[in-house]
Design a protein around this ligand. Sequence first.
Ligand SMILES: Cc1cc2nc3c(=O)[nH]c(=O)nc-3n(C[C@H](O)[C@H](O)[C@H](O)COP(=O)(O)OP(=O)(O)OC[C@H]3O[C@@H](n4cnc5c(N)ncnc54)[C@H](O)[C@@H]3O)c2cc1C
Length: 459
Amino acid sequence: MTLHIDDLQGLNPVRLASMPIAHSEGGMQTLLRSTQEPVALTGSRHSQGGHTVYPNAMAILTEPMNRVLHIDREQRTVTAQAGTTWSVLHAHLAPLGLAPLVQQSSPHFTLGGSISVNCHGRDPGQGPLANNIVSLDVLVPSPAGPKPQTVTPGDALFKAVVGGYGSAAVIVNATLKATANTMLRQRSVEMGLQAYAQEMADRQSLGQWPALHFAWLNFSAKALFTSVLKVDCEPVEGQVGTVLTEDGWLEIELMRWLWEQHSQNGGAGNYRNKVWNTLVTWFKSQNHENNGQGKQLSRIDWLRQSVGFTAHRSETHASLLQEYFIPIDRLTPFVTALGALLQKHKVNLLSSTVRVVQQEEQPSYLSYAPDQAMACIALDFESPLVSGPTAHSRMPALATFRWVRQAIDLALAHQGRYYLPYYGFATREQFRRAYRHAEAQRQARNPQLNNLFIDVYLV
Ligand SMILES: Cc1cc2nc3c(=O)[nH]c(=O)nc-3n(C[C@H](O)[C@H](O)[C@H](O)COP(=O)(O)OP(=O)(O)OC[C@H]3O[C@@H](n4cnc5c(N)ncnc54)[C@H](O)[C@@H]3O)c2cc1C
C-alpha cells in the first residue's frame, strides 16, 4: 500500500515510508528507535508549508498523545502530553476556573505544534508562548536510541525546540502557565487607522492593555485598510467561568457563507463591501447585549473560534494565511503600504486582523519578537493554484509568490518579520534576514528529524 500525507490545506502532498501513531512516551521511543528513515512530526497539521511532511519519511501522528497529566491549582500550571489540543485542555481547566495564559485564537491546535511554532494569541499583555513555558520533556533522537531530557527556559535546547518546527527534538510533555478563566465583556468600536495606531502606542507606553484584544482591518474595496474595528474584552468584576459555552462562535459559520460568496466573486468590490458591513454590524450588535454592557463569555470561550472558515474549498483556488510582525510605532506606514501593494496586485483579500504580542523574555532562536512588542498583521487571502512540482500537486500561482515576497520585503524594511507556519513563499535570503539566529537553529537541528520547512530553510 502507498501512503500519502499532506497539510490540511492540501498543497504539500508527499509519499511516506510509514505513518505510525504515538500513544505514549514509550511508544514514541520505540518508533524513533525502529527507523533509519527521516522522521516528521505531526500535530493537528494546520501549518501550511509542509512543516509536518517529508518524502519517504516516517510521519509520526502525535494527536493520540492527548492526556492531561497534572494541574497545579495553587501554582496555576498544567502538564499535558504534546498531542493534547487546547480544546481538550479547556475541558480540564474550565471546571477549575482556569484557562491557558497564551494560545491561538482557536483551540484546534496541539500543544506540540503550538510550542514548535511558538504561537501567540489575543492577550495583548502576553508575549509568545515561549514566555509561558515552565518546562518541556523531550526526546532527542540519536543512533544509540532517543535520549529523554527535561528542558527549561535558558537551555540551548529550549531555544531550538520552542519555535523550532520539529527540527531539534520531539516534545513529549509540556508544563505551561495557566490563568483565571475570567468572565470578559466585549466592546467593538470603529475608528481610523491612525487613531487606532496611536491608541496602541499609548497603551503600550502605559502598559495598560485590556484582557483580550484584536482589530479587524477594514478589508472593503472602497476603504481598504483606512479604518479598523477595534475589539476589546474587559473583565466582569469578580466573575470566573467554569462552564464551556460551545456555541459562542456560531456566527462565524454565517460569516463563512459570506466569505464564500466573496471568494467566488473574485473579490469583486461589492461583495467585499457587503462582507465588511455585515461584520461591523454583527460585532456592534453585540455591544447591546446584557443591557448595553456587551456580550459576555469566559476567557476560554472567547478563544474557541472555528478555523473552518479557512478550510480547503476549491480545486482551483486556496485560502491562505500570512502574518507580519511590525514594531507598534510602524503600524500606520506598514499597513498603508501593504494596502497599496494588495491593491496594485489585485489580491483577493478575504479578511485581515491586527493583534499585539509582547517581547519574548524566554528566548528562542527563531523569535519574531526578540527586542520589543510587535503588532501582528494577519492576512487571509485567496490565491489561484497552478500545477505543482510533483504529479497531482498544486501550488500558488507565480503572481502570489511575487506579491507575498514584496510584502515580506516591506515588513523587513519596517524592522519587522513574517510568521513561519504558513506557505513557504519567502526566499532563503528573506528568512535569514528576518531571523538573525537562523544559523544557531540550523546547527541545533537533529539529523533524524526532517520536514519540507527544514529542508528549505534549515539545511
Ligand atoms: C486558521 C488558522 C488560524 C491560526 N491562528 C493562529 C493564531 O491565532 N496565532 C498563532 O500564533 N498561530 C496561528 N495559526 C498558526 C498555527 O499556530 C500553526 O499552524 C500551528 O502549528 C498549528 O498547530 P498544529 O497542532 O496544527 O501543528 P502542526 O501543523 O501539526 O505542526 C506544526 C509544527 O510543529 C511540529 N510538531 C508537532 N508536534 C510536535 C512535537 N510533539 N514535537 C516537536 N515538534 C512537533 C511539526 O513538525 C511542525 O513543524 C493559525 C493557523 C490557522 C490555519
